[in-house]
Design a protein around this ligand. Structure first.
Ligand SMILES: [Mn+2]
Length: 295
């Protein structure tokens, strides 16, 4: 049993955990970049939360872009479970393997929260550790196994707490971000792009976005450097609950992708200006705020 999952976010790792519930000995490939899915030379039983590869038997995914491409190219078969209306790939994995109740439900709930812009303190912690382990496949497998065993109680696991402690300085960072957000005053309905390059580590890059959304922002974009894309920057687009902005459409304008409430794109730093313009075009006040965090 060989399975490829998206390796750098909650939904992907939780999907791996659900696969392990059903097939504890499955070999899992963790991919940071969805585009790498094509490069795996081996025959894969399942490709999850990633675009369908020519070498896969079953594709389980919820990305609109993947669905559209597969439909256009006639590559979708009745073995696949590709449903853009699903809030998380993990939900489809649970459905596929008929995993219900207990740990499986807890896992699906966390994946849905993460992929629909409703991160909780718990899923944010999980997300940070996933980012910390971004090139450590053994660590990611251990994390997926831990999730399969303990569900939402992963947070009290000793090994998990050890990993979390490696993040170092995260409390001070959170305090600073909290202060920055408070200093902005009323941000209800605002469109804000936060330039965190060099100032906030990649594993905490989206935190300020969630803090701003909680204060009523319409759309927040966090721009940061990531070890996954040297020489470029990543932009994570997050959209508030009541907003009718589609994060995916904005990301796709620049070659990225994702979902309605959460999408992302990798950019040349100079293209931040372009992104600012696309945001201003959609903003009812016709403005976007550029917020630079200085290290
Ligand atoms: Mn997903």
């Amino acid at each position: 049993m060989k399975v490829a999952v998206h390796g750098s976010d909650c939904d992907g790792i939780i999907s791996a955990a659900l696969v392990l519930l059903k097939h504890p000995d499955a070999e899992i490939f963790f991919l940071n970049n969805p585009r790498d899915a094509d490069l795996i030379g081996e025959l894969l039983n399942f490709v999850v939360d990633l675009p369908k590869t020519p070498n896969c038997k079953v594709n389980i995914d919820h990305h609109e872009s993947n669905y559209r491409r597969l439909a256009e190219e006639g590559r979708l078969t009745d073995k696949d479970l590709v449903s853009p209306s699903a809030p998380a790939a993990a939900k489809l994995v649970a459905e596929y393997f008929n995993l219900k109740g207990g740990v499986a439900d807890e896992l699906v709930e966390m994946a849905v929260a993460a992929d629909t812009g409703k991160h909780t303190e718990k899923t944010l912690k999980l997300d940070r550790v996933i980012k910390l382990l971004h090139n450590d496949d053994e660590g990611r497998r251990r994390l997926a196994k831990l999730l399969a065993e303990k569900g939402a109680a992963f947070i009290e696991d000793e090994w998990f707490m050890e990993q979390y402690a490696k993040l170092g300085g995260i409390e001070e960072l959170e305090e600073w971000l909290e202060k920055v957000v408070d200093s902005l005053g009323d941000v209800r309905g605002a469109f804000i792009l936060v330039d965190e390059v060099g100032a906030v580590p990649h594993y905490a890059a989206k935190d300020i976005a969630y803090k701003l959304l909680a204060k009523g922002c319409n759309t927040v974009v966090a721009v940061y450097a990531s070890p996954d894309s040297p020489g470029k920057v990543k932009a994570s687009i997050r959209v508030g609950e009541k907003s009718d902005i589609d994060a995916r459409v904005i990301a796709e304008q620049l070659g990225g992708g994702g979902h309605v409430k959460a999408a992302g794109v990798t950019l040349e730093e100079k293209d931040i200006l372009l992104l600012l313009r696309y945001l201003a075009e959609r903003s009812p006040s016709r403005t976007v705020t550029y917020l630079r965090l200085q290290p």
